[in-house]
Design a protein around this ligand. Sequence first.
Ligand SMILES: Cc1cc2nc3c(=O)[nH]c(=O)nc-3n(C[C@H](O)[C@H](O)[C@H](O)COP(=O)(O)O)c2cc1C
Length: 365
Amino acid sequence: MKGTALSTSLFEPIRLRELDIPNRVWMAPMCQYSADSDGENIGAPNDWHLQHYVSRAVGGAGLVMAEATGVSFEGRISPNDLGLWNDVQTRAFTRLVDQIRSHGAVAAIQLAHAGRKASTAPPWEGEGPVGAWTPLGASPVPFDEDHAVPHELTREELRGIAAQFAESAKRSLEAGFEVVEVHGAHGYLLSSFLSPFANRREDEYGGSFENRVRFPLEVVDAVREVWPERLPVLFRVSATDWAGDDGWTPDDTVRLAPLLAAHGVDLLDVSSGGNVPHARVASGPGYQVPFASRVKHETGMAVGAVGLITEPAQAAKILADDEADVVLLGRELLRDPYWPRRAARELGVAATERPVAAPPQYARS
Ligand SMILES: Cc1cc2nc3c(=O)[nH]c(=O)nc-3n(C[C@H](O)[C@H](O)[C@H](O)COP(=O)(O)O)c2cc1C
C-alpha cells in the first residue's frame, strides 16, 4: 500500500557520541534460546543467529541489537542463551557483526546477567528451572515459588560481576560492535537490585534509592571504562514494576536517568516489568511510550520507546510528538523482518534513500 507522503524523522540518522546510526527504527533485543548449551561452541552465535539478525539488517533496521548475552555462564537465562566470555564466542560474534554491518545497519549487543531468573528452560520448554546452576541474586528471595532461591552475592562477587561486564564489553568491541546496551530491565540481575521487591539487602547495595542504584551504576562505570569515548552505551530499564508504590516506580526511573547519563549512558531504552509475578501490566499499543516520554521531557536524556509499536504511522507519530528519539520493535520485526522498508514505502519515503536502501540485489523491487 502506498500512503500519502508524511514527513517523518523515522528514517533520519541519529548521532550518539561520534556514531551515526542511519535511522531510528531499531531492532529490540530478543532472546533466541538457540545456542549450544555445552561443548566447544557454548553460547556462540550460529547459523540461526546469522540468518535471524542479518535478515533484519537487510530489512532496513538502522540498528540491530543482539539479544541478552550472558557475561558469564551463570549470567545466562537459559542454557541456550548467547554468551560472551571466551574466544570461540568472540570469533563467532565477529562473523555475525561483519554481516550485519555489511548491510548498512549498526550492530549493537545487549550485555546481561540473568540474576535470580537464571537457570531456566527456554519458553517453548516451559521456562521452568533447569537446575543447571544456582542463580545469583541481590537477596535470597526467589522470583516465585517455581524459581530457585538465589545465592546472595557478596560485595566481592559483585565486583567480579562488574568485571565480567567489562570483559564482555571488551570482547564486544573486538567483535566489531559499535553500541553496547547494559541490560538493567525485566527483573534480571541489575533490575533486581533496583527493585525493593527483589533487593532486601542491608548493606550499601540495598535499602535507600541511592543504595539500590549503586550496583547498576558500578556496572555502567566498569563498561564505560573499557568502551571507547567515541561510542555510545545504552541502558535498558524497567520503568516500573507495575506493582504499586512499594516497588520500582516511574518516578524512580526519572530520578535514575540523570545518574546514568552522568555515568556515561547516552540513551535510555525504556521498557517495564519483570521483577514480580504479581505485576498488573496495563498493556496496549505503545503502552510504554509515556514512560520514555517522561524521561525525555523531565531529564533531557535521549530515549528509546519500545512495546507494541507495530504501525508505521504510530511509530512516526511517537517521534513527531517528540515522545522518543528512536523506536525499537520486537515482535513486529519477528513477523516482518522487512518492516522498516515497508514502513518507509507506506510513509512515502523514497525506497532509494540511503537509510532504507535495498541491497543492490533487490534494487529492482
Ligand atoms: C522472543 C522475545 C525475546 C525477548 N528477549 C529479550 C531480551 O533478550 N532482552 C530484552 O531486554 N528484552 C527482550 N524481549 C523484550 C523485547 O525486547 C521487547 O521489549 C518486547 O517484546 C516489547 O516490544 P514489542 O511489543 O515490539 O515486541 C524479548 C521479547 C520477545 C518477544
